[in-house]
Structures are given as structure tokens and as C-alpha cells.
Design a protein around this ligand. Sequence first.
Ligand code: ADP
Ligand code: MG
Length: 221
Amino acid sequence: MIKLDHISRTFKVGDELVHGLDDVNLDVDAGAYFSIMGPSGSGKSTLLNVLGLLDQPNDGEYLLEGRNVTELSEPEQAEVRREKIGFVFQSFHLVPRLTAAENVALPLTLAGIDHEQRDEQVNKVLEDLGLTARAHHRPDQLSGGQRQRVAIARAVVTEPVMLLADEPTGNLDHHSSMDVIDILEGLNKNGITLLVVTHDEDLGRRAHRTIRMMDGKIISS
Ligand code: ADP
Ligand code: MG
């Protein structure tokens, strides 16, 4: 489903070139569950950002479901991102003023879905993730684990084909981390392709395959 062919992403910092990704090749089948591990600065987030079309490589090709998405215009990429890709971050990135349900509804609102269908989809995903009783709570009225569950609900309400999670348990205690991992793995069992960046060897081992990165390169997979 995903194929990266000689992907590089360099950043210019002052006069220096930093290699975020250095000639990365990767194949991911639909329905796979990968963990991505490696020291800080090894390129894990850059890889996820490129896969999520949040960042552009300088070189190489990215095929998503057989389509070369590196060639698409910015609005076309935004559409692919909206339809196919869900993102979960370490620090949740919820809108503080909005309730859980309103946060989850955001991507559907942005996609112009009418409010009846929107409410139906939001209620279903809130129920699936055990958040119905928290629907009208704002993020500051929720625990870290509940916030991440809301963020996951928002990521999957559009029914993406892949879910990219960048250290989703990095700010959570052990109990909440296991809760979040259970939810992500449940989504994977239902068919979503799951890529999770983690520092935690125990969590990393749960994936079907682990990609190890160093200095912008995949050193084992
Ligand atoms: P990781 O997520 O594994 O900690 P990153 O992908 O964030 O690593 O970063 C990989 C390398 O690219 C690091 O050397 C980092 O400093 C550099 N980098 C990442 N993003 C930027 C950016 N926006 N500007 C400059 N350098 C960046
Ligand atoms: Mg990172």
C-alpha cells in the first residue's frame, strides 16, 4: 500500500544541511502493523510526516495505493491526507475550547459533511472508543489517556486507510499507555494500517515488524 523509493528529506539549518531522511526505501502492505524505533533525531518523525503528507521529500518517490503522491499539487495532497490518513501525536493537539465531540467532528466539518451524517459518525466513533460519557467534556476536563482517545477518535472518524502515531504514549502513564495501545491495535485488527513511533521496547515489540532508524536511514526492518 505504501512504497517509498529512495526518499530523502534534507533541512537547511544556517549553512548546514541536516539529513532528516537519507535514501529511505520502504514497503508497507495494507493492514500491516509496524513500529518505528531509534534514538532521538534519527528521523522517525520526519518519516511519519512524509508518509502523512505533512512534509515533502526533496528526492525520491512515494507511492500510496499505487499512486505517486509526490507529484500531486498541494490541494491534491491535502485531499489524499483528509481521505486516507489519520495522525495521532504525543501531545494530543486537541482544540482546548471545543468539547470531545466537537474535536472529533472537526475533520468532518472541514470535509463539508452535513451535520446529520456528521453527528452519526461522531457518536459511533465516540461509542467505539468508550467516550460517550465524555462527549461534552473539554480537554482540560479529561485525563491524558482520555485526551489521547479523543485524538484517536478524531483521527479515525473519517475512516482513513492508515493511522500514523508519533509517540502516542509518550506523555502517558503505564496504564493509559496500555489503554491507548489496545485501542490502536483494535483498529489495526479491523483493517487499518498502523505505524507507531515509540521509544518503548515493549510496545515496539508488539508490532508485527519493527523499523529501526539511525541518522535518517532505516538500519533494519
Ligand atoms: P526523531 O523523530 O527520530 O527524533 P526527527 O525526524 O524529528 O527525529 O529529526 C531528524 C533530523 O532532522 C534531526 O537531526 C532534526 O534536527 C532534523 N530536523 C527535523 N525537522 C527539522 C526542521 N523542521 N528543520 C531543521 N531540522 C529538522
Ligand atoms: Mg520525533
